[in-house]
Design a protein around this ligand. Structure first.
Ligand SMILES: NC(=O)c1ccc[n+]([C@@H]2O[C@H](COP(=O)([O-])OP(=O)(O)OC[C@H]3O[C@@H](n4cnc5c(N)ncnc54)[C@H](O)[C@@H]3O)[C@@H](O)[C@H]2O)c1
Length: 325
């Protein structure tokens, strides 16, 4: 390790570091408190749409002084990639030295994106879900369907997952893997409603669509339930979202930006950002019957919370490849 080198961490290296979901959830909660206190710099993400449609590549910079973390994620989402046998989300992250600006590390960002998004759901759930929540409905049994349950399992005594996917094979693979890994009962359901009604926590993690398919109708989400809209408002009918007593997001200004470019057209008024909940500026759940929701957009801050933890542990464990600057 010297000042004229950077550490390259491949996808396998990042996973080999062994950072736990518990560590990520705890670190992210600290980050949201920093954000709530106005101590995080995070300009809105610029993006380009190669090939058009719902394809994107976003630049996501953030600086978190308390964590001495500065850097940028360059992340692509190409919904048609599954037809090529390629992953939907791919990309790289550059971590800089916050004192000198020098690049410390370039790392694959797929693992980080998966884990921090699940962790952000868990942080939101800590403030918005009932503490005795034990049944989770998952719509979209992919990467996020897995990491959201992994993260929720850190904070809640989960018992059962009601799993829905348009692709039965994906639901079956999910049931086999998640059931074994977390010791949970996974019930594959045929109808989306079965993964909503009767659940304490609902995670929608299908494709993000500018034209939402609005499958989830008013009356489906139980009183007292919490929902995390990982795929934005794609799954939710506006009337169903309006049933929320508290509708939150991870970043209000970025939500407004997304509204300007055509997303989130049918959402109810926003009650709070997660930073306001984490600092106690606004109360989270106040009554057991409340319906609560968060539409987390996924923040550069989340990535820059996890990246320095990975980098430091990789250096300590001798993982990765040193490259000349
Ligand atoms: N908000 C955030 O911070 C954030 C971060 C990362 C990814 N995402 C979004 O999360 C979603 C899931 O990402 P992923 O990486 O898990 O993708 P993935 O491709 O791994 O999984 C998606 C799953 O959804 C299934 N699916 C497709 N249409 C469906 C439908 N209508 N109903 C139910 N299931 C359906 C697919 O069969 C697949 O199993 C994407 O929309 C992605 O853009 C959000």
């Amino acid at each position: 390790m010297s000042e004229d080198q950077l550490l390259y961490l491949s996808q396998a290296d990042v996973a080999a570091v062994g950072l736990t979901m518990k560590e990520i959830v705890e670190a992210l909660e600290v980050a949201f408190r920093e954000k709530g206190e106005g101590r995080v710099e995070m300009p809105p993400k610029p993006g380009i749409p190669p090939g058009g449609g719902d394809n994107f590549i976003h630049a996501m910079p953030a600086y978190i002084p308390a964590m001495k973390s500065a850097g940028i994620k360059w992340v692509a989402g190409f919904p048609e990639n599954h037809k090529r046998g390629l992953p939907y989300i791919t990309g790289l992250l550059i971590l800089n030295d916050a004192e000198t600006g020098l690049p410390l590390s370039v790392m694959d960002c797929v693992w980080i994106t998966a884990k921090r998004t699940g962790a952000a759901t868990a942080v939101a759930a800590k403030y918005l879900a009932r503490p005795d929540s034990s049944v989770v409905g998952v719509l979209g049994c992919g990467v996020q369907g897995r990491s959201n349950v992994e993260a929720l399992n850190v904070l809640f005594a989960l018992k059962r997952v009601m799993a829905y996917d348009v692709d039965r094979g994906a639901a079956q693979r999910y049931a086999d893997e998640v059931g074994d890994r977390f010791g949970l009962e996974v019930v594959i359901v045929k109808e989306p409603r079965e993964a909503v009604s009767g659940c304490d926590i609902v995670v929608t993690a299908g494709p993000i669509m500018k034209e939402p398919h609005r499958t989830i109708q008013a009356g489906w989400l139980d009183e007292g339930a919490f929902a995390s809209l990982v795929d934005f408002d794609s799954y939710w009918h506006p009337e169903a979202m309006r049933e929320a007593d508290k509708f939150c997001t991870d970043d209000v200004p970025q939500l407004r930006h997304y509204q300007e470019v055509g997303y989130f057209q049918g959402i109810p008024p926003v009650y709070a950002g997660l930073g306001e909940l984490a600092t106690g500026q606004k109360p989270g759940r106040e009554r057991s019957e409340e319906r609560t929701m968060t539409a987390n957009l996924g923040l550069a801050m989340d990535d820059m919370t996890v990246a320095p933890l990975l980098y430091r542990r990789a250096v300590k464990k001798g993982i990765g490849t040193w490259l000349p600057l």
